[in-house]
Design a protein around this ligand. Structure first.
Ligand SMILES: Cc1cc2nc3c(=O)[nH]c(=O)nc-3n(C[C@H](O)[C@H](O)[C@H](O)COP(=O)(O)OP(=O)(O)OC[C@H]3O[C@@H](n4cnc5c(N)ncnc54)[C@H](O)[C@@H]3O)c2cc1C
Length: 470
């Protein structure tokens, strides 16, 4: 097909559950492409000589190649093309911020809309699941080395996946009763259905990876015990960033204040958490938006988001913000909390200040500046601060790890080795709260380093590792 004909095809849009239906349940909102839509959308790809999409993908997926295969109806081949680089295609295709990554760099978007790369990837991954196709690649025979992995999030599972394929025995230690890290206890099922996570992890587990649940490394077993008594050759730390950052305002310790990831973990673990009818969520990223949408589904009637900048600076994806507003959540822009107010230890509202935007800060976004004397109060039963997360260092016991000023592990940019040579780390514990795709990419590279370390090979030879931190 000629480029002109490809350019004439409109971007396909997938159906979504209507807001009235979806706010009462956790069913997936975006319904994905049909067979015809996926093929039609794939034909929009211009197969550029220097594909921007590939540069924009943190995992470096060969996007034009898999899209070309989808266009030819070769869905299984397309899936295996993505699996050359990605351990979690069905998950990344749903949760990646495509507009800032692959689709944000799509050359076709210079004239019109970007190719819907995420939805095409989702279609071919789901096609494999629904047709019960073999998604398991052969693993190498055991080479007599074993590695302990702390944390079963995307980073830990990706390391296990690659090491198991290299014939290295892996045991994952997970403090929670479920695997998947933030995929299971952070991102709600209406964005990432649990059967999809389970299908991807079944593939990883089929390589013979052991998972031990309800063990907190640092408390129940130390890192040194993993190496000593348990005889592991190396350890990978993929503990993510699970400690909610505080607002740092008066009254934050009152009843009724629940921090974002703690709230999500409680609800998504099946607990009934009564937060009342009037809820204010503070923040503008995915965590804040997920908290607000979960609160609605749990029965709160008036849910507000308080964000100190404007919609343009919100880190959450445009689609998430759109879905949130469709579901009836109001966003109070250019406002920041100064105090949680209440009586007898129980909060009754949140005092805020209005802001205006000043010059850009280090992140490139315009800095919010307080408008003095603009205080106002929002009455609320619950406030959910969801402004960011820090790394919880319980695992570190006995070691003095080099940390950044953000409290994340300092690692070598190629090997992902910490300052302890047999301990490696990647994902949110290195980058701070980031994305699944970045965790998957770093973990794949960390696994390669661990393999070389176990075999006594050079850690750097022939490698060109992307720096996702800059
Ligand atoms: C609400 C929410 C929404 C998000 N939305 C998106 C999105 O739309 N798109 C996107 O790309 N990313 C999103 N993210 C971010 C994404 O989930 C993370 O970047 C990713 O999960 C990081 O993977 P990880 O493996 O490094 O850490 P995690 O997924 O956090 O996994 C770490 C694991 O380590 C375990 N652990 C911690 N300490 C110990 C210990 N001492 N012993 C044993 N186990 C331990 C934890 O229980 C956890 O299971 C979201 C995050 C949240 C919280």
């Amino acid at each position: 097909m000629k480029a002109k004909e490809r350019m004439a095809i409109d971007r396909q849009t997938c159906a979504e559950l209507s807001p009235e239906i979806r706010v009462d349940n956790y069913d997936e909102v975006a319904l994905g492409f049909t067979f015809d839509m996926a093929q039609k959308e794939a034909l929009r790809c211009l197969n550029c000589k220097k594909p921007g999409c590939r540069k924009g993908c943190p995992i470096n997926n060969d996007i034009p190649a898999f899209i070309g295969l989808v266009a030819e109806g070769k869905f299984e081949e397309a899936y295996w093309k993505v699996r050359e680089t990605s351990s979690l295609p069905a998950i990344c295709s749903r949760v990646c911020p495509h507009e800032n990554q692959c689709e944000g760099k799509c050359i076709r978007a210079k004239k019109g809309k970007a190719v819907a790369i995420g939805l095409i990837e989702r279609f071919m991954s789901d096609w494999m699941v629904y047709h019960q196709k073999n998604m398991r690649a052969e693993c190498a025979l055991p080479i007599g080395k074993k590695v302990a992995i702390v944390g079963s999030g995307p980073a830990g599972m990706t390391v296990a996946f690659h090491l198991a394929h290299a014939g290295i025995e892996c045991t994952i230690y997970e403090s929670l009763p479920v695997f998947g890290g933030m995929l299971k206890v952070g991102i709600p099922p209406f964005r990432l259905p649990r059967h999809i996570i389970n299908a991807e992890f079944a593939v990883l587990k089929s390589c013979g990876v052991n998972i031990v649940h309800d063990v907190v490394i640092g408390r129940d077993i130390t890192l040194d015990e993993l190496k000593g008594e348990h005889g592991f050759d190396a350890v990978f730390i993929g503990i993510g960033a699970h400690t909610s950052r505080k607002l740092g305002v008066d009254g934050e310790d009152m009843d009724g204040v629940r921090h974002g990831v703690d709230y999500l973990r409680a609800v998504l673990s099946g607990n009934k958490v009564d937060i009342g009818n009037n809820v204010v969520v503070v923040g503008g990223g995915n965590v804040a938006i997920d908290c607000a949408r979960v609160a609605l589904r749990e029965g709160s009637e008036n849910v507000f988001i308080l964000y100190r900048r404007t919609i343009e600076e919100m880190p959450a994806s445009t689609e998430e913000i759109h879905h949130l507003q469709q579901e009836g959540v109001k966003i109070e822009f250019l406002a920041a909390p100064v105090k949680i107010i209440g009586e007898d230890g129980r909060m009754t509202g949140i005092e805020c200040l209005k802001m205006e935007l000043g010059p850009p800060d280090d992140s490139g976004r315009r800095r919010p500046v307080v408008i003095e004397g603009s205080n106002f109060v929002i009455a609320a039963d619950c406030v959910i601060p969801a402004i960011s997360q820090n790394v919880d260092h319980e695992a570190d016991k006995g070691h003095d790890f080099k940390l950044t000023s953000w409290g994340t592990y300092v690692v070598d940019k190629t090997s992902f080795q910490t300052n302890v040579d047999w301990i490696f780390s990647a994902g949110d514990s290195v980058l701070g709260p980031q994305t699944v795709a970045k965790a998957v990419y770093q973990a794949k590279e960390a696994a390669e380093s661990i393999r070389r370390f176990c075999l006594g090979e050079d850690m750097y030879e022939g490698r060109d590792v992307r720096d996702l931190d800059s």
